[in-house]
Ligand binder design. Structure first.
Ligand SMILES: [Fe+2]
Length: 445
C-alpha cells in the first residue's frame, strides 16, 4: 500500500462522508435487488451458476462484519456462528441452497445490524496508521465487495424465469463514430497503480510496459456485427475457433449468445424477463471468451491483450502519463459511461463521446465487460493484500481477464486499472468484447 501524508481533521471528515455515501449507495442497490422478488424467489436457486439471492445478501453482511466490525472496529462478533456458511471458499455455489441459510427476514435483520455497527466504527476509526485503514481502504474494499455482489445479483435476475420485476430508463442512443478503429503507437506506458487508494491488490503496483503498435476498435462489437458472424456460419466453422473453444462449442451445442432466440427468421433477446427484438446497435453481451475470440478471428482480427486494452484506455500521449479513466482523472459521471445499473442494458455504440480516451477510443468503461486475450497473472512486484484469497489463489491460465465494467457495475468498483477475471466458457456475466489487430506496414508509415 502507498502511504498518504497524514490527513487533516477536515480531510478525515470528508473521507468519512465519502465512505458513508458509497456504503449507502451499495446498500440501496442490494435492497432494491432483493426487495424486487418474493421470499420464494429469494431462497430459490435460479441457476446452478449462481447463489440464492438470500445467500448473497447475508454474505455481504458477513464480509462487512469480518472486516469492518471485527478487524477495523475491534468489536465483538455479531454472528460468528454463521461465518462458515457464508465463506465463499467453503461451499460451491451449486451447494449453497442446501445449507441452513438465514431466511430472508433474518438476513435483512443481520445486514442492518452489521451496518449500524459499521457506521459507528466509521465515526470513530482513525483512517491512517496501518495499511488496512489507510485512506479508508477496508471500507472501500467492502463497498466494492457489496457492489460486486450487486452485479452478481443482477446477473441472477437476468437468469431468473418469471415475470419481469426490474425496470429502468433506456440507455442513451448511439451516435456516429468518428472512425471505426484507431492506431495506438508503439511505446511504453504505465500499467496498474500504486496511488489509487481503493485499488485492489491485483491492480498494483504501477509498472512500465512496452507495447508494440496496435489497432483497436473505437467501439465494442455490436449485436448486428455478431449476427453477421452467425449468418456467415461462424458457429459451424472450426477455422475460427481455438481447440478448446471448438470443443466447448461442440459439447454445449451453442449457436448464438445466451438469451438470444430466432423467431420467424428474426433475432430476439431477453433482457431481465422482457423479450425484445435484437437491439442491433448495442454491444453484444452474454458471450463467452471462446465466442469472442472466434468472432475476432472471423473478422480478421483478434482480442486485445490486457496491456493493449489498458494502454488504449489510460495512456495520454500528450503527457505520457496514465489517466485514472479514459476521459481523465475525475470520477465517472452519467455523461462519461453507462455504469451503476442506471440502465438495464448496454448503450449503443457512440452513446458516450464525453467518455472517449485521448486517442478517441469510446465506451471502454461501462456497458459491457470486455474479454481480453490475457490470462490472469500478477503484476511484477505483486503482494497479496489484505488476504491471499482476494486474487492470489486465482492467478494462472484458468481465467481470462475482463476489463472496463458493465452497465451493472458501480463506479466504486470500476477504474481504468480494475481487473476482473472469469472462466473462458462463462456467459452469464455482462460480457462482450472489442477487437484489435496488428497494424499493416503502410499504417505505420
Ligand atoms: Fe464475496
Amino acid at each position: 500500500m502507498t502511504t498518504t501524508p497524514d490527513l487533516t481533521g477536515m480531510e478525515q471528515e470528508r473521507l468519512r462522508a465519502h465512505v458513508a455515501e458509497v456504503l449507502t449507495r451499495a446498500r440501496s442497490r442490494s435492497t432494491a435487488l432483493t426487495d424486487a422478488v418474493d421470499d420464494d424467489d429469494l431462497t430459490r436457486q435460479h441457476s446452478r451458476l449462481m447463489s440464492p439471492l438470500v445467500w448473497d445478501l447475508a454474505h455481504i453482511g458477513n464480509q462487512e462484519e469480518l472486516w469492518l466490525v471485527r478487524d477495523v472496529g475491534g468489536r465483538d462478533p455479531v454472528r460468528q456462528d454463521i461465518d462458515e456458511l457464508y465463506d465463499a471458499f467453503k461451499h460451491a455455489r451449486v451447494d449453497r441452497p442446501a445449507l441452513p441459510l438465514l431466511g430472508p427476514a433474518e438476513a435483512r435483520g443481520y445486514v442492518n445490524e452489521v451496518r449500524d455497527k459499521v457506521l459507528d466504527v466509521l465515526d470513530h476509526a482513525v483512517l491512517e496508521g496501518r495499511p488496512l485503514v489507510e485512506g479508508a481502504f477496508a471500507f472501500g474494499m467492502i463497498a466494492q465487495h457489496e457492489q460486486q455482489h450487486d452485479e452478481t445479483m443482477l446477473a441472477t435476475h437476468q437468469l431468473r424465469a418469471g415475470a419481469p420485476v426490474l425496470d429502468a430508463p433506456a440507455p442513451p442512443r448511439g451516435r456516429r463514430l468518428p472512425a471505426a478503429e484507431v492506431l495506438v503507437p508503439a511505446g511504453p506506458f504505465t500499467m496498474g497503480t500504486s496511488t489509487e487508494p481503493w485499488a485492489l491488490d491485483n491492480e498494483r503496483p504501477a509498472h512500465q510496459v512496452q507495447v508494440d503498435a496496435f489497432v483497436i476498435d473505437v467501439a465494442a462489437v455490436t449485436n448486428a456485427d455478431y449476427a453477421a458472424f452467425i449468418d456467415a456460419g461462424g458457429y459451424d466453422d472450426p477455422r475460427w475457433w481455438s481447440v478448446p473453444g471448438w470443443a466447448h462449442r461442440q459439447d454445449t451445442g451453442i449457436t448464438a449468445p445466451r438469451f438470444w432466440t430466432r423467431i420467424d427468421g428474426a433475432w430476439w433477446h431477453r433482457q431481465f424477463g422482457v423479450p425484445q427484438p435484437l437491439a442491433l446497435h448495442q454491444p453484444v453481451v452474454h458471450v463467452s471468451f471462446h465466442e469472442a475470440a472466434a468472432y475476432a478471428a472471423w473478422a480478421g482480427k483478434r482480442l486485445p491483450t490486457e496491456a493493449e486494452w489498458e494502454k488504449a484506455a489510460r495512456h495520454d500521449p500528450a503527457t505520457g502519463r496514465s489517466r485514472r479513466y479514459p476521459w481523465g482523472d475525475e470520477d465517472p459521471g452519467p455523461q462519461h459511461a453507462n455504469l451503476g445499473q442506471r440502465h438495464l442494458a448496454p448503450a449503443e455504440a457512440g452513446a458516450y463521446p464525453a467518455g472517449a480516451s485521448p486517442l478517441g477510443v469510446q465506451q471502454l468503461i461501462g456497458d459491457v465487460w470486455e474479454w481480453t486475450s490475457s490470462d490472469f497473472h500478477p503484476y511484477p512486484g505483486f503482494a497479496p493484500f489484505p488476504y491471499d484469497e482476494y486474487s492470489l489463489v486465482f492467478f494462472g491460465a484458468d481465467y481470462k481477464v475482463l476489463r472496463g465494467g458493465s452497465f451493472g457495475t458501480d463506479a466504486v468498483a470500476c477504474r481504468g486499472t480494475f481487473r476482473n477475471w472469469d472462466y473462458p466458457i462463462r456467459r452469464q456475466i455482462f460480457a462482450g468484447f472489442r477487437c484489435a489487430r496488428d497494424p499493416r506496414a503502410e499504417e505505420l508509415g
